[in-house]
Design a protein around this ligand. Structure first.
Ligand SMILES: Nc1ncnc2c1ncn2[C@@H]1O[C@H](COP(=O)(O)OP(=O)(O)OP(=O)(O)O)[C@@H](O)[C@H]1O
Length: 316
């Protein structure tokens, strides 16, 4: 194969991404895989190898995508942090970001169920995990996919942080935004994660109750001490909408988070009502944010996307 033939054969499968050099009977190809996910990159590399035959050498390069982490945190458990993380990830995708979701909630990993990826085991390549696709265009990785279903994880800080590192440092391909569903609380695991991965910003989820808000303040403090900006506070379970008559009542109060946000000087991103629909859809792996008529989560996704566009730091 001469140089012209080699260039034609490679261009046919890799277009502008490949540069070809021929020296004697040796063909060298440098393939730029920037922006391709692992599958597309492997397929293109295999096609180039086929095109140039056994005397060829292929080197794959990629510019490192600048990927920014959004930590979703809550001061205490059960406030709907995982539900908000899943829906926020999907809403961010609708707002034009390329989003991945990391379920770092080692104590109760619930993202596989929420994102309809239960029972999917992630593959790995060269010891790097490959995220699992979901029906919502948001690939994900969860501690729940790495351990036996139903087994409680009672890991201590450093061990948990090591395992979580594998999720964050997986092959996220062209993903530009990683939503990180942190474990509830403000302990060691959270602190290690924050210090090691330095999220671009944090979203704090709270219910309107005073007690939850006291914990939310602690979470805000934790990020503040680590120098991570707070993107804003989301009030979840605010106002119960009766599925029969549509009347709104406030079992946990209403407006507490907005008032707390104002008092703490952090933005208030919006509220998510307490509805049976959100719970049943979440349990069924059908996140409401994926519906074309969603009006609850999309504005939250847009607000966070705007924040990402206007704030500079935190790239990885
Ligand atoms: N706005 C809502 N309306 C109705 N149910 C909700 C809402 N938000 C969350 N839930 C339900 O509340 C329960 C707890 O939610 P979720 O698992 O998201 O909370 P969490 O803060 O991540 O909890 P954990 O601390 O266990 O990780 C789930 O059954 C979920 O479906």
């Amino acid at each position: 194969m001469d140089e012209k033939e080699a260039k034609q054969a490679v261009a046919a499968v890799a277009g502008e991404r490949a540069s070809v050099r021929v020296e004697g009977d040796r063909i060298g190809v440098v393939l730029d895989a920037t922006g391709l996910d692992a599958k597309a990159r492997d397929a293109m590399e295999a096609a180039v190898r086929m095109a140039i035959g056994p005397n060829g050498r292929v080197v794959v390069t990629a510019e490192r995508a600048t990927r920014r982490l959004i930590a979703v945190a809550s001061g205490k458990g059960g406030v709907g942090k995982s539900t908000v993380s899943a829906n926020l990830a999907i809403a961010l995708r609708h707002a034009g970001r390329r989003v991945g979701l990391v379920d770092a909630d080692i104590y109760g990993p619930s993202q596989p169920r929420l994102m309809a990826a239960e029972g999917e085991r992630p593959q790995s390549k060269d010891k790097v995990l490959l995220p699992v696709p979901t029906p919502y265009g948001v690939p994900m990785l969860s501690m729940g996919q790495l351990i036996e279903p139903g087994k409680a994880i009672a890991w201590r800080g450093p061990m948990a942080a090591g395992a979580l590192g594998q999720l964050v440092e997986a092959d996220w391909g062209a993903t530009d935004t990683l939503v990180l569903d942190l474990p509830p609380g403000t302990g060691d695991v959270q602190l290690t994660m924050i210090q090691k991965y330095r999220p671009a910003g944090a979203v704090i989820v709270s219910t309107p109750q005073d007690l939850a808000l006291i914990d939310a303040r602690r979470a805000i403090d934790l990020f503040g001490k680590a120098g991570i900006p707070i993107i804003g506070l989301i009030e979840n379970m605010a106002g119960y909408v009766c599925p029969h008559c549509g009347e709104v009542s406030d079992p946990f109060g209403c407006g507490g988070a907005e008032a707390a946000a104002a008092e703490l000087g952090v933005p208030f991103l919006g509220r998510v009502p307490l509805t049976i629909d959100i719970r049943t859809a979440s349990d069924a792996g059908e996140p409401p944010a994926a519906r074309p008529d969603d009006t609850v989560f999309r504005p939250l996704g847009e607000a966070v996307a705007r924040w990402l566009e206007t704030s500079g730091g935190g790239g990885r």
